[in-house]
Design a protein around this ligand. Structure first.
Ligand code: BGC
Length: 751
């Protein structure tokens, strides 16, 4: 034990890490086993009411030293109250950590993460996370349960809205951008918050897209297609990780020692702490892994879980488990230390109230600058899916009918997981049109039909969507009558926000309710129809694609949704979003993704009648809109694909250049994408793999040559022994505007 004097003398000369160690060593010597276990307990703020923290049930537990942190508590006032209980009322005065799902913005809401990924713009994504952190920390929070980096190939899963789509390479860049945005360069600053990478692991691969469902996957597939974004977030310094609900190959993630300790800590060197998902420990009883909460708590602790979210398995059982020798005290110490380290890094021991600042809460949240940034991101996230005969952009003149349950809607704009966002302050499309075009456009409106009509379905939603008192037939009739007065029709249709996010899996992916019938009625009027879609997942749009001349995928785009849609409709912003997830033609094609294998009997479109091929008899293998797809109001032509050499050998690299010309009449962004195919491997390789992209701005008529560099390392993959190696042989390289429309060349990787 160090004397007080030598401790002070030492502290002056120590590195920050050692200083932290000395501080925590000292604190932990004072802690009882109960107090250590208390740090592992994360509770939902539930019953805490402003001014009554001390007397609440949770307040009592905090005083006892039985709570390490709280989630879902909003406002400086409440957080200050509760923190006071911890640092004034508990024996060791250890501050609490405060977490929340700040997923795509705090009060200023950005597009849902799936949409943000369609910007292919890492600076914008990082900026959105920076703003989210700034606002959340100004309101007292210091920890967010984001980013969700689960790769997903199945749009039936409602949580695809929360992730970055289907590609591990793109997903990894995005994971890093979020972590950097939230955490900045110094976690102890009062405007940065700790990230929590979730859901570890493979939650996005739930069978049949049904939430919480089973995952069974080869290690090779995991390492190559699903794990990289978690690793990227950890390499970027994410302070915490959340375990997932699903089982993996028979073991729920929350009890998976291989996952939580061998992979995460030993292989990847993760130094932060692991929290479970909401009651994930308790749920392992239902999974059939243990007979009671004590059993499953032991499994979680021994697997390497540090903090128990809400289930109170650790707080009620850990001491006994230690006494019985089923969990070592060392395991509890290690978990407690990691949580204390997180608090230390956040600066909470220096000042437990550093995030509770009334002035910041008043001035830094929902500012005009933040809203402007949200608008910019919303514009860049939207994807133009179809634009026959350049129907878009619209002229700012005449009468335009805005029809549909989402045309003048505020509630659904913010999308899933936006609980701190005030939906009534979001901008509807009709308002956006008025803001952008003012008196130049006579904008008329009819709701047209309900967003959903099925009352049983409505019961599953928490009352956010509502059913109109008029019948859909009446509303369709009114819409048709409104359209009669207009020159052009903009139908704004889609999904309620609550059709996506957690526990929102769907088995049919068309427009819900009678929206397609409404669309048919609008088209029947003979007026030109533009379809604006607001949804949180790839939908099945084959009919719409066949019949509607122009389609804009606007997603659930957040606070500034309406302004962004209006700017795109009138050509103030030239759409540049590119899909980060494939849109299927029908549900039967799912799972469908661009980086599939070739099979031994690949289907060839040039011999469409061949039977014994890997194909469907009743639908083509191609998706409706491929990964990377998105149109612009201009055209970009690719030419002169050149490689600087025909072969490389490690550690060399190859340069791939291509010329891109903006051949249209307006300026715009293009996302040029680079893919490879390894033609022969020791295990089979996908038909394409994304390995790079560049988002460039080209003025009308301008052309630019862009250059990508591929190293031998970029060609590496996990072989059947899980070695990450590039194998000599021939490669194809593709560059183009999306994963299906590319130019190609070949090169060789020499031994
Ligand atoms: C979700 C997590 C979320 C947590 C806390 C869970 O139900 O799966 O993504 O972070 O709740 O709100």
């Amino acid at each position: 034990m160090l004397s007080c004097f030598s401790l002070i003398a030492q502290k002056k000369t120590l590195t920050p890490d050692l200083k932290m160690k000395v501080f925590i060593d000292d604190l932990m010597t004072k802690m009882t086993l109960d107090e250590k276990i208390g740090q592992l307990n994360l509770l939902d703020a539930g019953d805490i009411v402003t001014g009554q923290a001390t007397n609440s049930e949770i307040g009592k537990k905090i005083k006892e030293g039985d709570v390490g942190g709280l989630l879902n508590i909003v406002s400086v006032e409440k957080i200050r109250d509760v923190q006071k209980v911890a640092v004034e009322g508990s024996r060791l005065k250890i501050p609490l950590i405060f977490g929340m799902d700040v997923i795509h913005g705090y009060r200023t809401i950005f597009p849902i993460p799936l949409a943000m990924a369609c910007t292919w713009d890492m600076d914008l994504i990082e900026k959105s996370a920076r703003i989210a952190a700034q606002e959340a920390s100004a309101d007292g929070l210091n920890w967010t349960f984001s980013p969700m980096v689960d790769i997903a190939r199945d749009p039936r899963w409602g949580r695809v809205a929360e992730g970055a789509g289907e590609d591990a390479w793109l997903g990894s860049q995005i994971a890093k951008a979020y972590v950097q945005g939230y955490q900045g360069d110094d976690l102890s600053k009062n405007n940065t918050i700790m990230a929590c990478v979730k859901h570890f692991a493979l939650y996005g691969a739930a069978e049949a897209g049904r939430d919480y469902n089973t995952v069974d996957m080869s290690l090779q597939k995991m390492y190559e297609y699903y794990l990289p974004p978690y690793k990227a977030a950890i390499d970027a310094g994410a302070g915490s990780v959340m375990s997932s609900f699903n089982e993996i190959n028979g073991i729920p993630a929350t009890a998976d020692k291989w996952l939580m300790t061998d992979l995460l800590r030993k292989q990847w060197g993760f130094q932060g702490f692991v929290v479970t998902d909401y009651t994930a420990i308790n749920e392992m009883i239902e999974h059939g892994l243990g007979k009671d909460l004590k059993d499953v708590s032991a499994l979680a602790l021994n697997a390497g879980i540090d903090m128990d979210m809400v289930g109170e398995g650790f707080i009620n059982n850990a001491k006994e488990l230690v006494k019985e020798g089923k969990v070592t005290e060392h395991t509890i110490d290690a978990a407690c230390r990691r949580i204390l380290e997180a608090k230390y890094k956040l600066g909470l021991f220096d000042d437990p109230f550093r995030y509770a600042n009334d002035e910041r809460a008043k001035t830094e949240i929902f500012t005009p600058e933040n809203r402007k940034e949200a608008g910019k991101i919303a514009e860049q996230a939207m994807v133009l899916l179809k634009n026959d005969k350049m129907l878009l952009p619209l002229k700012q003149s005449g009468t335009i009918a805005f029809i549909g349950p989402l045309a003048d809607n505020h509630r659904e704009m913010n999308g899933t997981w936006s609980s701190a966002g005030e939906w009534d302050k979001s901008v509807s499309v009709l308002e956006g049109v008025k803001n952008v075009a003012g008196p130049l456009v006579n904008a008329i409106y009819a709701k047209g039909c309900n967003l959903i009509t099925d009352r049983t379905l409505l019961k599953q939603l928490s009352g956010e969507a509502s059913i109109d008192s008029r019948t859909d037939d009446e509303m369709i009739g009114e819409a048709v009558a409104t359209v009669a007065k207009a020159d052009i029709v903009v139908a704004v249709l889609g999904e309620p926000a609550e059709f996506t996010g957690e526990a929102s899996s769907r088995s049919e992916l068309g427009l819900p309710g009678r929206q397609q019938e409404l669309l048919k009625a609008l088209l029947k009027t003979g007026k030109p129809v533009v379809l604006v879609l607001m949804n949180g997942r790839p939908l099945v749009l084959e009919w719409e694609n066949e019949h509607v001349p122009a389609i804009l995928e606007a997603w659930h785009a957040g606070t500034e949704a309406g302004n962004a849609v209006a700017d795109i409709l009138f050509g103030n912003y030239n759409p540049s979003g590119k899909l980060c997830m494939t849109f299927p033609r029908n549900v039967g094609q799912i799972p469908i993704y661009y980086n599939h294998k070739n099979t031994g009997r690949p289907f060839s479109p040039s011999t469409p009648d061949e039977k014994y091929k890997s194909r469907y008899m009743d639908v083509s293998n191609d998706p409706l809109y491929p990964f990377g797809y998105g149109l612009s109001y201009t055209n970009f032509s690719y030419s002169n694909l050149k490689l600087d050499k025909t072969s490389i050998s490690a550690p060399g690299s190859i340069k791939i250049s291509v010329n891109i010309t903006n051949t249209g009449r307006v300026d715009g962004f293009e996302v040029a994408q680079l893919y490879i195919r390894d033609l022969v491997g020791s295990i089979t390789r996908p038909v394409k793999e994304l390995k790079g992209f560049q988002k460039i701005f080209l003025k009308a008529g301008e052309n630019k040559t862009i250059t990508f560099t591929l190293t031998a390392e970029d060609l590496a993959f996990y072989n059947d022994k899980l070695e990450h190696k590039a194998e000599p042989g021939d490669f194809k390289v593709f560059v183009g505007t999306n994963s299906a429309n590319v130019k190609e060349a070949t090169f060789t990787l020499e031994k």
